[in-house]
Design a protein around this ligand. Structure first.
Ligand code: 4FV
Length: 247
């Protein structure tokens, strides 16, 4: 997977690309990520990237020419999928992460200021993606969120952290609860079944807990989840909602 990031703050990505899973994935060549300074594509001696908005209204807008020059330069010899991180974009979710990861060659545009001149979107952007309905000061953190989420789709990357490949949302459900030593914390014990060694029982308990958590916290996900007959059976066997909460 090749990811080229365009930003006016390349230094923001250094620790992120040098740490943990992403760092190992880059080391092992499982991921090819480069960060390019947009100012390298300016032509004035102040290397300026922003200007006054036509129509007034305060704030500054990022000018189109540096972006168009930069994206075209990064697209030479290939047809990378060009994604602008912006609140106007399609909300990022597990399905969108997989779809973008499957493209394998991406250019991520990280805006700043009030936004980017619309003619950049009309000329060198294939898609806008949002990480959530709130306004940040830049597209850099959303780009990191997307890079981290996509890198977990690369075969062999998740294993680099010794964790297993069963992320939440994979089957459309939230995760089951996790426990580790010590066996008792604040008087709270670990569920017996997890100490039983009965793997089939443990798997069934974890499915029930994932279904319960999803039903309680994200009923929207449960409605959209494609459950197997066995999962449907377990869901039906769960205590009715109002009872479930009662201790
Ligand atoms: C954002 C988001 C986001 C908007 C103006 C950068 C900022 C500034 N990007 N999901 N939410 N971007 O708030 O992706 O240029």
């Amino acid at each position: 997977m090749r990811i080229q990031v365009l930003t006016i703050f390349p230094e923001l990505f250094e620790p992120f690309l040098a740490t943990s899973l992403i760092g190992k994935a880059l080391e092992k060549g499982l991921l090819d990520a480069r960060v390019i300074d947009l100012r390298d594509f300016t032509e004035d001696r102040h290397r300026s990237v922003d200007d006054e908005p036509y129509g007034g209204g305060g704030g500054m807008v990022m000018a189109a020419p540096p972006w168009i020059r930069a994206v075209r330069a990064l697209s030479e010899g290939g047809t990378p999928w060009r994604v602008l991180l912006s609140p106007q974009g399609r909300r990022l979710d597990d399905a969108k992460v997989r779809e973008l990861a499957a493209r394998g060659d991406l250019v991520l545009l990280c805006g700043r200021y009030e936004g980017i001149d619309e003619r950049v979107l009309e000329t060198v952007v294939d898609e806008e993606v949002s990480i959530g309905d709130y306004v940040l000061s830049g597209g850099e953190l959303p780009a990191m969120v997307l890079i981290e989420a996509m890198s977990r789709q690369i075969p062999g990357v998740v294993q680099l952290s010794g964790s297993v490949e069963n992320d939440s949302f994979r089957n459309g459900l939230l995760d089951y609860p996790h426990y580790t030593r010590p066996p008792v914390v604040e008087g709270l014990a670990v569920p017996e079944v997890l100490l039983s060694g009965h793997h089939a029982e443990i798997i069934r308990w974890r499915l029930r807990k994932a279904l319960e958590a999803t039903r309680e916290k994200r009923p929207d996900l449960l409605a959209a989840a494609r459950l197997s007959p066995d999962e449907e059976r377990e869901l039906a066997a769960l205590a009715p909602v109002e009872e479930a909460g009662r201790v």
